[in-house]
Each structure stands twice: as C-alpha cells, then as structure tokens.
Write a protein that binds this ligand. Structure first.
Ligand SMILES: *Cc1c(COP(=O)(O)O)cnc(C)c1O
Length: 392
C-alpha cells in the first residue's frame, strides 16, 4: 500500500465495488473516525439523545456500512430523506428507529408502516393519510410532526398548528413520537434567526401534544444547549465536514479519495495541457495525469485557474502538494509536479484528492460549493475500502 494512505486497522474491500487493482480511484471510509465523531457529538449534546442523519447514502460514505458503525457506537435513531433510503436502512438495521425527513409520499403510508418507517409529517394532508392508516389498521403508529419556524421549506405553518390545536382529533390514533423543526442559519451562530426560530418552536410545541423535541443539525448541536432539546440530528459533522466554514474543524476526516497516476509526462515551456488549452507551461514542466474526473465527483469547477491571484486546487502526492492545472475532464485530472523531487511520483503512485491533507472543506471552497455537495456527489466506480470499527 502507498505510504500516504492512512493506516487503518482491519481494512476491508467492499464486496459490492470493484477490486482496487482495476479502478484508478479508491474511496476509503474511516468508520472508526465516524464512530469517534458520533461520540464527540453525543457528549456535546448530553443529556439529549444523539441521532444520526444518513440521507444521501450517508453523505456518500455508504448507507449500510456507516449505519452499522453508528449503531455499534450506540446510535439508535436515524434520519433518511426518502423512504427508499429507509428501505435500505431497515434491511441493515432491523431494530433502528427510522424517520423520513421528506415526509409522507402520497399514497405510501402502508409501505412506510410495513417497513416500520416513521414519516416526519409536515402538512394536514400527510397527517390525514397517516391518521387514516392508523384507523384502518387499528394501530397507534408513531410519526414525527414537523413544524416550520421560518425556513419555509417543509413543515406545518403556525396557522396549521393552531388548527391542529383546535382539532386534536385530526391526529387520530397516531403516536406523536417527536416534534421537529429545522434551523435556517445554524452555521451563523450570531444570526438572530436562530433565536427567533427556537422561540417560535417553543410556542408551537406548547400547542401540540407533549412529545420529545428536536431542532439541531450539526452546527445547531455545536451551538450549545439552547438548541439541543431532547434529540440532536447531526449529519455533516459525523462525516468530518466542518459545521462552520472559516473556523477550526473539531471533527475527524472520514472520507479519503485517492487517484492513481496513469502517466507522468514532460512538456516543454509554452505547451498547453488539457481541453481548451486553458493552461500553458511557463517553464519546462512535469505533468502527472490522475485517473479521476468529474464522473467521480471531482467537479469540473476544480479546474486549474489561469488567474494567479486565485487559490489553486491542490492534490497531495508523496508528501507534497501539487496544483491542478488545465481542465478537469470526465475521467482525468492533470497536476503540475515540476517542483516535486524527480523520482517520488511515478505511474501507479496514489494522490490524495480528499483526505486529511486536502480536506473535503478545501475541495468545496475551491469548487465554489459546500462539503455536503462534494461528499454526496462522489462517484460510484471506485474501489471502496472500509476500515474496521468498534463493536459494542
Ligand atoms: C440534512 C438535515 C439534517 C442534518 O444536517 P447537517 O447540516 O448535515 O448536520 C438535520 N435535519 C434536517 C431536517 C435535515 O434535512
């Protein structure tokens, strides 16, 4: 194994992915770090319970292995975005509590119940469909109620909550197991929107049947006890993304992406590299071609800049940083290794594209996006390597 791969104990290849010898890019997921991040967040949130948000294939890390590691670390409550993710998760964790953040899809109540999924109900129509199923089946099926406190995405409006207070029978026989809202600006701790939303949340909660409450995402969890209520719902922080851009990141990296060097070539001063000939060598140069591109989630917006005033995208090879030059193409990127010692970079050497030298937050900044999008855009043709994790 290359010297710049992290030393992970008990590393295993995912049986669903191709073996590493036949893919030029390798995704490594440090499940031990995922567990450590979970414990860090749980400690911060105590005595509130800490759930795990595993939507988007657990932020690109792989739903089943991530969920198993979280369960082993003591996580019992999970949030997915869509019921199909809940289906996969149910097959992995038969006993988990699973909430579907996207709510109840029309006509799907029976399917949710069959998989023991709990919809996060955000409209009178969804409430009516779930209540109807409870009536038909004669069961007190659990569900969360989603109240909107200002993000204006999903959730009951204050008017709809008042209506429900006046008409409590609309809830039928369902068991309200959680009351949920979502913060719009938690990553800006001083934004007054945070205070306004928790105040609105308190007002609306008091109009509903008593149930545990939850409002905090990752930054909300880090913003202190005022946001913890009974349950926190971190996502990105579990996976090592920085909950606050522009501050030191307290979380450990989980996702490592390596690309294999396919060729090293020497080009003369004045020669161009890549589509559009957007980059031209200002000296005799050595270029390494790495076998990963935008198909692998390495965004085209990470292309080498010709404007020298801007921060350049970097990769980490053989203990040094090298800038991406020219355009990112579908399956390849090109980096300038002229300043690296001559014999350190060869065909077959692995370059860190995302990891602990080049963080997912760096990549997001260079691409003009957020770590969430980088992680959930990671491709599917990698070899996938999962570290061992601690069993409880
Ligand atoms: C995605 C999501 C979360 C997790 O957010 P992070 O910022 O990744 O911690 C929590 N709650 C809701 C409603 C979400 O959609």
């Amino acid at each position: 194994m290359e010297q710049n791969l992290p030393s992970l104990s008990g590393v295993d290849w995912s049986p669903d992915a191709p073996p590493p010898t036949v893919t030029p890019a390798v995704l490594t997921v440090d499940l031990m770090a995922l567990q450590e991040n979970y414990r860090t967040l749980r400690k911060m949130a105590a005595p509130a319970e800490c759930a795990g948000v595993v939507k988007g294939d657990a932020y690109g890390t792989g739903l089943a292995p991530a969920a198993r590691a979280l369960w082993a670390a003591g996580c019992r409550v999970f949030f997915v975005a869509v019921p199909a993710e809940g289906h996969t998760l149910r097959l992995t964790l038969p006993e988990a509590v699973i909430y579907v953040l996207g709510g109840l899809l029309p006509g799907a109540a029976r399917d949710y119940a069959a998989l023991d999924l709990r919809p996060v109900l955000g409209s009178p129509e969804e409430i009516a469909e779930w209540a109807a199923l409870c009536r038909e089946e004669g069961r007190h099926l659990p569900a969360a109620l989603h109240v909107d406190t200002g993000i204006n995405r999903l959730g009951l409006t204050p008017k709809q909550v008042e209506w429900l207070t006046a008409n409590p029978r609309d809830l039928g026989d369902m068991r309200v197991s959680l009351i949920v809202s979502h913060l719009a600006c938690a990553d800006e701790p001083n934004n007054e929107m945070n205070r306004i939303q928790t105040e609105t949340f308190d007002t609306l909660r008091n109009l509903l049947p008593p149930a545990p409450a939850s409002i905090a995402n990752s930054p909300g969890t880090l913003n202190g006890p005022a946001y913890h209520y009974d349950l926190v719902r971190p996502g990105i922080a579990l996976y090592g993304g920085n909950p606050f851009a522009g501050r030191a990141n307290p979380m450990k990296p989980v996702t490592y992406l390596y690309g294999t060097i396919l060729q090293v070539r020497s080009i003369p001063c004045g020669a161009s590299v890549g589509y559009g000939a957007t980059w031209r060598a200002r000296r005799d140069s050595r270029i390494a071609v790495i076998g990963a591109g935008y198909r692998d989630g390495y965004f085209r917006s990470l292309s080498g800049r010709s404007d020298r005033s801007e921060e350049h995208t970097q990769v980490y090879i053989a203990g040094q940083f090298a800038p991406v030059v020219g355009r990112v193409s579908m399956d390849m990127i090109t980096v300038d290794i002229t300043d690296l010692p001559g014999d350190t970079v060869r065909r077959g050497t692995k370059a860190e594209l995302i990891g602990n030298h080049v963080t997912v937050d760096d990549v997001a900044r260079w691409a003009g996006t957020i770590p969430y999008e980088v992680l959930t855009s990671l491709g599917s043709r990698y070899a996938r390597l999962y570290s061992a994790y601690e069993e409880n």
